[in-house]
Design a protein around this ligand. Structure first.
Ligand SMILES: Cc1cc2nc3c(=O)[nH]c(=O)nc-3n(C[C@H](O)[C@H](O)[C@H](O)COP(=O)(O)O)c2cc1C
Length: 184
């Protein structure tokens, strides 16, 4: 078989029927229905996501899943802190990348986008702090002693979760903003 032929049969063999549409479909969702997510669905997703690659197989992700009262208590605390004018600790992007954030901010929050003072910026993104009213929230943690390869591992784990959720018709969004306000 020629190289070209073997490449084409390899790609036929490897091209999955579902992954490509899932990649196309996944996007950050910032408005959710209150429909509860069945626990077995979440358990299946988490069990599969556990197969994600990780540095030295450390599987450094630790996930806290919140629903019901626990989710409302955390949302209320985060929202109150953000609304009170607490300063976000979102690290400013280097100058040459800042236009990406401004462009996204304009799409999400209107003409002023993120180009407002720090407090205004937090206030504009208040819905981040209520998990965009999603019926399930999750806080992902990693041991602070670990480093960059482990952060990459956590990122891969999250992407696995998002695609597995998408496959099951469940939308998602990351919120780094939430990390940037600490609540007692
Ligand atoms: C590490 C990380 C942090 C993010 N933080 C936020 C956030 O705080 N608030 C938000 O609305 N979206 C957040 N997002 C979503 C991004 O804005 C989004 O992934 C990006 O604009 C591309 O859009 P898409 O996910 O719809 O393809 C974050 C995404 C990542 C990967």
């Amino acid at each position: 078989m020629s190289t070209l032929e073997s490449q084409s049969s390899l790609s036929q063999h490897l091209l999955p029927s579902t992954l490509t549409p899932l990649f196309r479909a996944r996007h950050s969702t910032r408005a959710f229905l209150p429909t509860p997510i069945p626990t077995p669905l979440l358990e299946e997703v988490l069990s599969l996501a556990q197969r994600s690659p990780s540095n030295s197989n450390t599987q450094p992700w630790r996930l806290h899943i919140l629903t019901g009262n626990a989710l409302s208590r955390l949302s209320t605390a985060l929202f109150a802190k953000a609304e009170s004018g607490a300063e976000s600790t979102v690290k400013a992007l280097p100058d040459e990348y800042r236009h990406y954030r401004s462009e996204l901010g304009r799409k999400l929050y209107g003409p002023e986008g993120y180009n407002v003072d720090r407090v205004g910026s937090v206030k504009k993104s208040l819905r981040n702090f209520t998990f965009f009213e999603a019926p399930v929230g999750a806080v992902v943690c990693m041991d602070a002693k670990l480093g960059t390869p482990d952060v990459l591992s956590v990122g891969m784990y999250l992407q696995s979760i998002f695609l597995l959720l998408e496959e099951r018709g469940v939308a998602s969004c990351v919120s780094w903003e939430c990390k940037c306000l600490s609540v007692p």
